[in-house]
Design a protein around this ligand. Structure first.
Ligand code: FEO
Length: 385
């Protein structure tokens, strides 16, 4: 769909409801958008392409937006194929277009396509390109989410084209009842979360630049209240908790560990603590990662399984480790009928996490919940409150 965003900037991206798992792992029941933009000025620039499945829809959107103009530039912010797949199709359609990108992106482009476009303009960090009224400033954003990523700041419209940053799951024509935060947070911690330091370094380069609108590569264009989104991203990228609450993630098979977790939830709520709880057998894996980062306290509860912990819990802790989980308090609950090992194994997996307090008040269940278990749970609740 073509849509005017400002006098000179048009949206030419597409909605994807076909893909079930984005990047092969993120559940996207409400789709996702691949955003692409056209800036019409004395020179015309197209900002990024879209996923290969949507080549013709996107090219048609471009034709529609360009009218009788020809594109002078195709700006490449990111070489991940959900945005770059149609670069060569575009230059075949418009052979006089100059592809604007940095040297890392050109190397990747050649790796993906086995050839390079005929006309290339290599840019360096903070270089500028005039389209007429619009001057584009390229701000390299390495590792947000790949090393070649660059933001583009339109000095005339004060628009920041932010690549994957500020992206959100959900197609553009899906009116998300949860607003922006939830699926933007799941996207951030799922996809960019490992690179908080690099996000903050890029933001530092943007200091002093007035941003009135943010146009990301996924999800809605952010048209006002920009400080709100920048503040959210700054908290997320800093690995600091966003909200005060306990998140209980449990792996239970026959319901006894689950029962203990719900008793803990009740005890905490009696103490006035906000609690969120997730059964790792059923919970969306990346929603659980999001909640672990969102809240300041985490309870991990697992059965003992093959002398270790339940596979979902193992993957969950590894996913937190990959993303540099830190600055939180963690409590551990284990269950084991003959040789309980889960707390020891979980504690071992948490070694190396920075600035994590593991509470000494642990819970050990030997099969079923009994009075002794309940006393341990009460002690844990008091330590967590
Ligand atoms: Fe939307 Fe990193 O690609």
């Amino acid at each position: 769909m073509k849509k005017n965003l400002t006098n000179d900037i048009l949206y030419v991206g597409v909605d994807d409801y076909k893909t079930k798992l984005f990047e092969g792992q993120f559940d996207i029941p409400n789709g996702i958008s691949y955003n692409s933009y056209v800036i019409i000025d004395e020179k015309v620039a197209v900002m990024d392409t879209v996923d290969k499945e949507f080549k013709y829809e996107w090219l048609n959107n471009c034709v529609d937006a360009l009218g009788n103009r020809k594109p002078d530039y195709l700006i490449v912010s990111h070489m991940e194929p959900d945005h770059s797949a149609n670069i060569m199709a575009f230059v075949e359609t418009y052979p006089e277009t100059t592809v604007v990108l940095n040297d890392k992106a050109l190397k990747m482009l050649t790796q993906f396509f086995g050839e390079a476009p005929k006309n290339v303009l290599l840019v360096k960090d903070l270089d500028e390109l005039s389209l007429g009224k619009h001057t584009l400033k390229f701000v390299f954003a390495p590792m947000v989410h790949w090393p070649e990523v660059m933001f583009t700041y339109d000095k005339y419209e004060k628009v920041l084209f932010s690549a994957d940053a500020f992206g959100k799951f959900g197609a553009l024509d899906y009116d998300d009842p949860e607003g922006w935060d939830c699926e933007a947070r799941r996207y951030y911690f799922g996809i960019v979360g490992k690179y908080g330091v690099q996000v903050l370094s890029t933001f530092k380069k943007l200091e002093g630049i007035e941003v009135e609108k943010i146009f990301p590569l996924h999800g809605p264009m952010l048209l006002d209240n920009i400080k709100y989104y920048l503040d959210k991203y700054t908290v997320w990228a800093s690995y600091e908790p966003e909200d005060k609450a306990v998140f209980i993630a449990y792996s239970s098979v026959y319901g006894n560990t689950e029962k203990a977790c719900f008793i803990l939830k009740d005890e905490l709520e009696k103490l006035g603590v906000e609690v969120h709880i997730a059964d790792m057998r059923e919970e969306d894996f990346h929603e659980a990662i999001e909640d672990a980062f969102r809240y300041d306290r985490l309870v991990l509860a697992s059965i003992t399984y093959n002398g270790g912990i339940f596979p979902h819990m193992s993957s969950f802790i590894e996913a937190l480790a990959e993303r540099g989980y830190k600055n939180r308090t963690i409590a551990l609950i284990e269950n084991g009928s003959w040789a309980p090992m889960a707390n020891k194994v979980m504690e071992g997996k948490l070694e190396g996490f920075k600035n994590i307090t593991i509470l000494p008040e642990k819970v050990k269940i030997n099969g079923g919940v009994n009075e002794d278990t309940i006393a341990q749970i009460k002690a844990m609740a008091n330590a967590l409150k």
